[in-house]
Design a protein around this ligand. Structure first.
Ligand code: ADP
Length: 183
């Protein structure tokens, strides 16, 4: 099973991803988590990405594409994977397609969690992460609308987009996700 979780910051991708991991035994690959670890460890990657993340901007495509390409070579990805927070731009999606083609794989479902901006601002208030101030959240939402939202049409055209209402109980949302991926 090769899945992508798609949606604005605070849509609940990470929470729902954990349930998929537990149910299906595939790894969750979160570029946000990988980048935060790099920042915490003070690596070269972390030094490049840190200031951009703190400003609510996307990090350059080349950096995240490299991360994902390496990660997908790990043996735990053999049975499948769930990408969370990647791809976030059209060039990232195109590179992903090429990387997977080399391994004779392809994405089966892109699960889009739909949540209105006002609901997101409300949710993020409680989270307390460094890049969660209202101003930074707004910047991340703007980046999402500008650079990431066009991916919906991209995956719609390929017949892969599964649109889910991201507002409701965690169980309800998870049930919709499973139904949308035919499980
Ligand atoms: P969110 O809460 O927005 O889902 P993530 O944990 O996915 O946040 O990402 C946090 C930050 O890491 C983003 O705001 C961005 O700066 C950076 N980032 C994560 N994934 C990507 C990506 N695929 N492309 C570019 N930047 C990314």
């Amino acid at each position: 099973m090769h899945l992508v979780f798609f949606g604005p910051p605070g849509a609940g991708k990470g929470t729902q991803a954990q349930r998929i991991v537990a149910d299906f035994g595939i790894p969750q690959i979160s570029t946000g988590d990988i980048l935060r670890a790099a920042v915490a460890n003070g690596t070269t990657l972390g030094k490049q990405a840190g200031p951009l993340m703190a400003a609510g901007k996307l990090v350059p495509d080349e950096l995240v594409i490299g991360i994902v390409e390496e990660r997908l070579k790990e043996p735990d990805c053999k049975k499948g994977f769930l990408l969370d927070g990647f791809p976030r731009t059209i060039p990232q999606a195109q590179s992903l397609e090429v990387v997977l083609q080399k391994q004779d794989k392809r994405i089966e479902h892109v699960v889009s969690l739909e949540v209105a901006d006002e609901v997101i601002q409300e949710r993020m208030k409680g989270r307390g992460r460094a890049d969660d101030s209202p101003e930074t959240v707004q910047k991340r939402l703007d980046e999402f609308r500008k650079l990431t939202a066009p991916l919906k049409a991209y995956y719609q055209e390929r017949g892969l987009l599964r649109t889910i209402n991201g507002v409701g109980s965690l169980d309800e949302i998870y049930a919709s996700i499973k139904q949308s991926i035919g499980r």
